[in-house]
Design a protein around this ligand. Structure first.
Ligand SMILES: Cc1cc2nc3c(=O)[nH]c(=O)nc-3n(C[C@H](O)[C@H](O)[C@H](O)COP(=O)(O)O)c2cc1C
Length: 347
């Protein structure tokens, strides 16, 4: 018997031939009409408004200077620079990255110059790039998060704060992201310390990400980023040693996309808070999958290393795809996925 053709495709988003495109995002250098793109692609995540939903993820784009030869920054929805800590940090022993099947492991350990250097050396440049700048911060305790928020909140031009409560590569890096009470407290502390929109970046290394996302929402977060890297390990069996200097690392890249999608949808189904999807995104098909699963925006991470202009092309490709599909506003597709049991996103 022939299978019944499913006609109720949401907004006609299924590829016409039923095949998902595996074409990498950088094959299509098509320009997008910025004026059209802006109106079609604009998204709002509570107090944070973005020109389009494509951001570049913290730690994979440096402080942007190193990417200037490859990408037009003002096409991006926003830039999230490397995590800033109150004091400079040297990071973990080398080697700190290793390629894995469909991904990479890193154990950078929040190597950065500290908040003072960020403010004096990097911020002015970042704010000149014509896109939203979301500062990503990490503290050892609640007070450090709050003090950083107080200082960054006084700087005009920053669009939002992303709280890295999810770094698997430093001691106590995930304490706030694995304990609902602490997550709510740190978000509430930051929320009270500045007027900037607050995004909590969540770790997948928990039993229930929904519980932590709910705690972040209860603490007053404007949005959650889902997910940071998944803890993993690479082994050099001949030397009987881990490959990474720190032993364990965080897995990223296409290998983690299914986990990230699952977690985005679980949060979208249970918590009334905008979500930024992160994890293995490299094609416009990936972007659409995250949007329908409940993400209001996405971050491109590991893909920046092998295709530094890819995020810009994704913006144009998303605009073109929506136009082709007759979708006037990207918000029409966000959270439209229906699970087999009939449940869906709360938005
Ligand atoms: C080399 C490397 C460094 C990273 N550094 C940070 C960081 O400083 N702060 C942070 O919040 N996330 C950091 N991340 C995590 C990414 O922002 C992102 O959440 C994760 O890699 C999953 O996305 P992807 O699969 O697209 O890379 C880093 C990831 C990589 C690969």
């Amino acid at each position: 018997m022939r299978e019944k053709v499913v006609e109720n495709r949401p907004y006609g988003l299924m590829p016409r031939n039923g095949q998902a495109s595996s074409r990498p995002c950088f094959d299509d250098p098509r320009e997008f009409n910025k004026e059209n793109g802006v109106s079609r692609l604009r998204v709002r995540l509570n107090r944070l408004e973005l020109a389009n939903p494509v951001l570049v993820a913290s730690g994979t784009f440096g402080y942007a200077r190193e990417m200037q030869a490859f990408i037009r920054f003002d096409r991006l929805g926003g830039i999230i620079p490397k995590t800033i800590t109150p004091q400079p940090r040297a990071g973990n022993p080398t080697p700190r990255t290793v390629e894995t099947a469909s991904g990479m492991l890193n154990s950078i350990g929040l190597d950065n110059d500290g908040l003072d250097a960020f403010l004096s050396k990097h911020l002015e440049y970042l704010l000149s790039l014509g896109t939203s700048v979301i500062a990503n911060v990490a503290g050892k305790n609640r007070d450090e998060f709050v003090q950083m928020a107080e200082r960054l909140g006084k700087v005009p031009g920053i669009a939002a704060l992303e709280l890295n409560i999810s770094c698997p590569n430093v001691a106590h890096g995930v304490d706030f992201g694995t304990n609902a009470k602490l997550a709510a407290e740190v978000v509430a502390g930051v929320r009270g310390a500045c007027d900037l929109p607050v995004i909590a970046k969540l770790t997948p290394n928990v039993t229930s990400i929904v519980e932590i996302a709910q705690a972040a929402a209860d603490g007053g977060a404007d949005a959650v980023s889902v997910i940071n890297t998944i803890q993993g390990m690479a082994v050099d069996w001949r030397r009987r040693k881990p490959v990474l200097g720190a032993g364990f690392g965080g897995l990223s890249g296409p290998a983690i996309k299914p986990v990230a999608l699952r977690m985005v949808f679980q949060v979208a189904r249970a918590v009334r808070i905008p979500i930024i999807g992160v994890g293995g995104i490299q094609t416009v098909e990936d972007v659409m999958e995250f949007l329908v699963a409940g993400a209001s925006a996405v971050q491109i991470g590991t893909a920046n290393f092998y295709n530094p202009s890819g995020a810009e092309h994704l913006v144009g490709q998303l605009d073109a795809l929506l136009e082709r599909e007759g979708v006037a506003d990207v918000n029409e597709v966000i959270g439209t996925l229906r699970f087999p049991d009939g449940t869906g996103c709360l938005r």
